[in-house]
Design a protein around this ligand. Structure first.
Ligand SMILES: [Cu+2]
Length: 135
């Protein structure tokens, strides 16, 4: 019985560990950060604080083959599908370029799961990064 519990707890810890890595969350830091691919681009979006209902300062960092991508057009879109008693909601922000990152303020108007799309235009090419967050 003792061995079984030991194995079960090791498996549980292992599962959470894998889940975190798989999601691309950096749970170790206090803020929020998530990353993934948009074609050949690596995209990370983050906030110095955990995301909340209301305004959030969000930064997007883009790199290609390890090199920071500057001067791209970055649109940050969030949306929540229609639900019983709630219409479809969306917000799109054009993020301003600020050195190596792109910044914007995003307002999550309610709690729940929001879909996130980052549209990037670089050298006439279009890229899209899809993600989601739970507020
Ligand atoms: Cu909703």
């Amino acid at each position: 019985m003792r061995n079984f519990l030991k194995i079960a707890s090791i498996l549980t810890i292992g599962f959470f560990f894998t889940a975190c890595i798989g999601e691309g969350d950096s749970s170790a830091s206090e803020g929020f950060s998530k990353s993934g691919k948009a074609g050949s681009l690596d995209v990370t979006y983050s906030s110095p604080k955990p995301l909340v209902v209301g305004n959030n300062n969000i930064s997007v960092k883009i790199s290609e083959h390890g090199k920071v991508v500057k001067g791209a057009k970055v649109d940050f879109k969030i949306f929540m599908p229609e639900m019983p008693g709630m219409p479809y909601m969306e917000e799109v922000q054009n993020f301003k370029s600020n050195g190596d990152i792109y910044n914007g303020t995003v307002n999550f108007s309610m709690g729940g799961t929001w879909q996130v799309k980052v549209f990037i235009e670089k050298d006439g090419k279009k890229y899209k990064y899809s993600s989601s967050v739970i507020i």
